[in-house]
Design a protein around this ligand. Structure first.
Ligand SMILES: [Cu+2]
Length: 125
């Protein structure tokens, strides 16, 4: 009986870990707010055990700024990488770090931590 319990707990743990790393966590997309009569747009992304929001919608053709705020102390999340834009930046802890994002081309752009474990997405439309 004890062996069965241990096995059961092990299976539950494996499933939970698998879900955490590979599951598609559902989160609502956040649309950047427009400032200065629609001449620029900004969105704040909190970095704490992942990206919140993890999906950001930007308006095409409007200069955009992504404001990353890293609370997470782990080195895992200290860099943010946008492979298609060639962006690979250090995020200082407990400080706002601004990244300009080119919105001239519509599309979906993935970003991730330096180890490619945590993911987010920018949608330009
Ligand atoms: Cu990482």
């Amino acid at each position: 009986m004890l062996k069965v319990m241990i096995l059961l707990i092990a299976v539950i743990l494996i499933v939970a870990i698998g879900w955490w790393f590979f599951g598609h966590h559902q989160e609502k997309a956040m649309t950047a707010r427009l400032n200065n009569n629609g001449q620029d747009q900004k969105v704040r992304i909190e970095v704490n055990g992942g990206y919140s929001p993890s999906t950001i919608v930007l308006k095409k053709g409007v200069p955009a700024e992504l404001d990353f705020y890293r609370k997470d102390p782990s080195s895992c999340l200290e860099r943010v990488v946008f492979p298609e834009q060639g962006i690979n930046e250090q995020l200082p802890q407990n400080q706002l770090h601004q990244i300009e994002f080119d919105t001239s081309q519509a599309g979906e752009y993935e970003f991730a931590c330096g180890m490619n474990m945590f993911h987010g997405k920018v949608i330009v439309k």
